[in-house]
Design a binder for this molecule. Structure first.
Ligand code: MG
Ligand code: MG
Length: 250
């Protein structure tokens, strides 16, 4: 069932979204060679909890142990923070994080370069972020879910990269994962009609190589089958009467 939110509920989500945006910006500054993903996780949890009433939404969600999903290089999503995973110059790290606040959830992700990265990886990050912007621009009242996916897919495939299909964005709000699913591929004018009050996590996951994925033995980390690098950017977006509102923007 799709749960439309009132403007009051969207305002509450925006309050949590501001805390989440600050968390993401703080983490982008903390990423450096020599820091472990467990260090990042600890810093993030303390930062979120320093805001009265805010909680790390991932902690315990489906049994996940961390505040962050930290996914390095060929890891797409759901990497588990660990003191053994230390960032090196030239790596990229995707950081996915959610916040609960006043009974509502928001979700955001970013991919960060560790020091200097190669040109193709830099193009992957730029393209993935731009594909998210295109998806958000298509998330307008009267458009359809397929318009979002088609917009993301077009940016990614024109750059010669591939969209992950095994994982999708989602509705969000009262529950962390709500209906509908929000694929990063599709056909314009197809699927659910977007209406005011719909709140969506739009989150392209983009690979340099092919789209195929597999799950590691830890049962969480999802990687590219071909070992190519992957990037992930995400915002929580509310459809409004006049357009949309990005609830997790800095
Ligand atoms: Mg997320
Ligand atoms: Mg999400």
């Amino acid at each position: 069932m799709i749960q439309l939110k009132s403007s009051r509920e969207i305002d509450l989500m925006a309050d949590g979204g501001r805390i989440l945006a600050a968390t993401v910006q703080m983490l982008r500054r903390e990423v450096r060679a020599g820091i472990s993903t467990e260090d990042l996780d600890r810093i993030a949890e303390a930062f979120i909890r320093s805001h009265p009433g805010a909680t790390p939404a991932f902690k315990g969600l489906y049994g996940f142990p961390g505040t962050l999903c930290t996914s390095i290089n060929q890891e797409i999503v759901h990497g588990i923070p660990s003191k053994k995973r230390v960032l090196k110059e030239g790596d990229i790290i995707s950081i996915d994080v959610g916040v609960g606040y006043q009974g509502y959830f928001t979700d955001s992700a970013t991919t960060v370069a560790v020091g200097v990265i190669d040109a193709e990886t830099a193009r992957l990050l730029e393209t993935t972020e731009r594909s998210l912007a295109a998806g958000i621009a298509a998330a307008m009242p009267g458009n359809h879910l397929g318009d979002i996916g088609a917009a993301v897919q077009r940016v990614v495939e024109e750059a010669g990269f591939s969209v992950v299909r095994d994982l999708v964005g989602h509705g969000i709000g009262v529950a962390f994962h709500e209906e509908p699913q929000v694929p990063n591929y599709g056909k314009a004018k197809r699927g659910l009609k977007l209406m005011p009050g719909l709140t969506l996590a739009i989150e392209p996951m983009v690979n340099i190589g092919g789209p195929a994925t597999r799950t590691l033995a830890d049962k969480w980390t999802i990687v590219t089958v071909d070992g190519s690098r992957s990037a992930h950017f995400e915002h929580t977006v509310a459809i409004t009467d006049s357009g949309n509102r990005v609830l997790t923007a800095a």
